[in-house]
Ligand binder design. Structure first.
Ligand SMILES: *Cc1c(COP(=O)(O)O)cnc(C)c1O
Length: 372
């Protein structure tokens, strides 16, 4: 990506130094010998999987976690030796590839294991058993199934129970009843089997604000790797400051003055009530600036100005206080002078969570890496 030539000025700037700092601070808050699993699924939450993974590994992460077989294979090409865990579903047909490529799979069904012809595996296949303690998605939900699955895997010559894990549904909230129940359930499950190499349960929120005993052997560090807090509640309780890694920038490509009564954009939904300068930006909903962002501020020359009218597929218009020059830098997410527009602000505007924002900035927006 980095060396590819970009002509359109719209780009996401990824500050790898920020990611490095986030991991270093995290390390100081871990119990001794707790490993860091860097969660780099979905192209590292839209930040770029290979680049983020490289920084994470350099900073001490000992495993990468992804969601799909495709994501795992992509990372394996770039990192031949690091452990890679697929947190989500893998079809049985992927097992031979996983064994070949030393990719660890999540398993939660005895039927899945029984469908697997372990004779065809070139090498032992490492598995992590997923326990559903209250999330209600993948995972075993009874002790009987858990023990049965554990026994089935342990007695297969080519399969290894490398880990057991669970995932919390409410780790980022203040009320702890549900969370504590999940934690208790998980502890009960793992007490029933010989300890596998890696027991893990903590996502970012658990690691940052819950009992450090729940760090077990490893933490799965996702959203805060990128400098974002998992929720407002966690944001207000952060044990260390996070450094935001993602900025979204473009440039003014057109500036014009419109008169009273003239309108802007599809549907002519914005009409000038006084003579106004209108700027055009080369970014639209095909880049992930969805139409609900209309009205959102952007930064130019360190001041906030709003997106007006409907956002088009590839462009949008902003209201300017004065006739800025073509080529003037515009920041959609990030800092200019003393102003900042955060992912959190974007998320609030379109009624979602910050996780979703970088994920939906599409691949048309090049990711440019700053290593400083
Ligand atoms: C995505 C994911 C994580 C990371 O969660 P964050 O809140 O981003 O830290 C951890 N565990 C599982 C199972 C996940 O799917």
């Amino acid at each position: 990506m980095q060396n590819k030539q970009h002509f359109r000025p719209t780009k996401a700037i990824i500050d790898l130094q920020a990611i490095r700092k986030n991991i270093c601070q995290l390390k100081e808050h871990l119990q001794p010998n707790v490993q860091i699993i860097a969660v780099v699924k979905a192209n590292a939450y839209g930040h770029g999987d290979v680049e983020v993974a490289r920084v994470a590994i350099e900073s001490g992460a000992t495993m990468l976690a992804v969601a799909t077989p495709e994501e795992a294979l992509h990372l394996r090409k770039h990192f031949p030796n690091i452990e890679i865990l697929i947190l989500g579903y893998s079809p049985v047909s992927f097992a031979t590839y996983a064994a070949d490529e030393n990719i660890t799979l999540t398993v939660y069904s005895k039927a899945w294991v029984e469908q697997l012809n372990t004779q065809t595996l070139s090498k032992p296949l490492k598995l992590h058993i997923k326990v559903d303690t209250g999330m209600g998605r993948i995972g075993v939900t009874s002790i009987e199934d858990f023990l049965d699955l554990h026994k089935t895997i342990s007695s297969s010559s080519n399969l290894i129970v490398d880990g057991v894990f669970t995932h919390f549904a409410t780790a980022d909230e203040e009320v702890e009843d549900y969370f504590n129940k999940q934690a208790q359930t998980f502890k009960q499950y793992i007490s029933l089997i010989p300890k596998p190499r890696l027991v893990h349960a903590a996502n970012t929120a658990t690691m940052l604000i819950k009992d450090s005993n729940l760090q077990f052997d490893a933490v799965r560090f996702g959203i805060s790797l990128y400098g974002l807090a998992p929720s407002t509640y966690v944001k207000n309780k952060l044990p260390f400051p996070l450094h935001r890694a993602f900025s979204l920038e473009t440039e003014l490509i057109e500036v014009k003055q419109i008169q009273v009564g003239q309108s802007v954009g599809y549907g002519a939904t914005y009409t000038a009530t006084k003579p106004s300068y209108i700027g055009t930006l080369p970014i639209g909903y095909a880049d992930g600036l969805i139409r609900q962002h209309s009205g959102q501020d952007v930064l130019i020359d360190g001041i906030r100005v709003p997106i007006i009218g409907r956002i088009c597929m590839d462009q949008c218009m902003i209201l300017l206080p004065t006739a800025y020059n073509i080529g003037e830098k515009v920041t959609l997410i990030g800092k200019q002078k003393n102003e900042e527009i955060t992912m959190d602000e974007w998320a609030l505007k379109v009624n979602t969570i910050n996780y979703e924002i970088p994920c939906i900035i599409t691949s048309r927006v090049p990711r440019i890496y700053h290593t400083k």
